[in-house]
Design a protein around this ligand. Structure first.
Ligand code: F6P
Length: 344
């Protein structure tokens, strides 16, 4: 078959691992031919692509980012977008599309599949918030990076007797904050699923100062709401899927904590460092397993479905199901956070 791949939305460690495995099995096992559209859906609209071969994908499973580049392009918002996509797919004799992306990108895959395009999805996001899968690739790497940062903040916060707030990614769900906060021994872990109680935050920090530890580490997800201000945005611009750019809650929260508690408080925003660099072994492996499954899905004509991890198995579910709601933290995870907090 002639198969096209694309990567949409925020980049994510492990994208190249998916591409590598799908191309390798597709060529060696099925005798497929591949192209890769550049810059996500934009590349399809602009008919911009590169051939993908065993040679030019060799070794890419070790690399971060995406060799196909990415963009946040919403085909539904582009006048004549559907017609253009259908025309480009037809002109290039593409028989199947493998789309690597999060809920926004996959909402486009779903829309196109409803309109006759033969596509399958692979769930990508460091935020780990796609429903129906136990894990998205990239999340493990982001957690490792954030945990290392939290570890490092302990010693400098301790040296200066400060509180330091670390802002991590997580627009709708607090998976990165939860995992890096708990693994890194943060004293306060704040996730978007729960309202911030600033008095409780200050009480947890006071516990430290009252018990001989004159510093505090707070991890906050970018998507949390401050009691009065709500979400903190880096810019008022919205992307083509209607999302504002979140950024700055760490700094705003640090100011609030300092004002309320009197403790000197600083903040650091980990931002895109969480998406950069090489994937962990876990994400390289998960990405490659997803890639192998994706090319099998193509040959089984499982259009409109997305690969998912269930326990130890890779299987697939309808894209519609995976993007219907965000997979968010629930009481089980809130209990972990609560049970590991100081008793105040
Ligand atoms: O969806 C993943 C994510 O990393 C979110 O956590 C974050 O809000 C967003 O992407 C940032 O996107 P961009 O790099 O386009 O600003």
């Amino acid at each position: 078959m002639r198969v096209a791949l694309l990567t949409g939305g925020g980049d994510c460690p492990g994208l190249n691992a998916v591409i590598y495995a799908a191309v390798k099995k597709g060529i060696n096992h099925y005798g497929d031919e591949f192209i890769g559209f550049l810059n996500g859906w934009r590349g399809v609209l602009e008919n911009d692509f590169v051939p993908l071969t065993l040679e030019n994908t060799d070794g890419i499973q070790l690399r971060g980012g995406t060799i196909l580049h990415s963009s946040r392009t919403n085909v539904r918002k582009v006048p004549g977008g559907l017609d253009k996509v259908q025309e480009v797919i037809k002109a290039n004799k593409i028989e199947a599309l493998i789309v690597l992306g999060g809920d926004d990108t996959q909402s486009v895959t779903q829309y196109l599949c409803e309109n006759g395009i033969q596509g399958v999805g692979v769930p990508k996001t460091i935020d780990n918030d796609i429903s129906g899968t136990d894990a998205t690739f990239g999340y493990d790497t982001a957690v490792s990076i954030a945990t290392e940062a939290v570890d490092r903040i302990h010693t400098t916060a301790d040296s200066h007797n400060r509180v330091i707030v670390i802002e991590v990614m997580g627009r709708d769900a607090g998976w990165i904050a939860y995992a890096s906060g708990i693994a890194g021994g943060a004293h306060v872990v704040l996730v978007p699923e729960k309202k911030i109680d600033i008095d409780h935050v200050c009480a947890l920090l006071k516990y430290n100062y009252d018990h001989g530890k004159h510093y505090g580490v707070v991890v906050v997800a970018e998507g949390c709401h401050l009691p009065e201000e709500g979400q903190v945005t880096g810019s008022q611009q919205v992307d083509s899927f209607g999302h504002v750019r979140l950024s700055g809650i760490g700094e705003a929260l640090a100011e609030l904590i300092e004002k309320k508690s009197g403790y000197e408080t600083r903040s650091v925003n980990l931002g895109h460092t969480q998406r950069g660099g090489v994937p962990t072994a876990y994400d390289r492996l998960l990405g490659q397993r997803y890639g192998l499954h994706a090319i099998d899905m193509v040959h089984q004509k499982k259009w409109g479905r997305i690969a998912v991890l269930r326990g130890a198995d890779i299987t697939d579910i309808p894209i519609k199901e995976a993007i219907a709601t965000n997979r968010r933290l629930d009481q089980r995870f809130f209990d972990v956070i609560h049970d590991l907090e100081a008793k105040v």
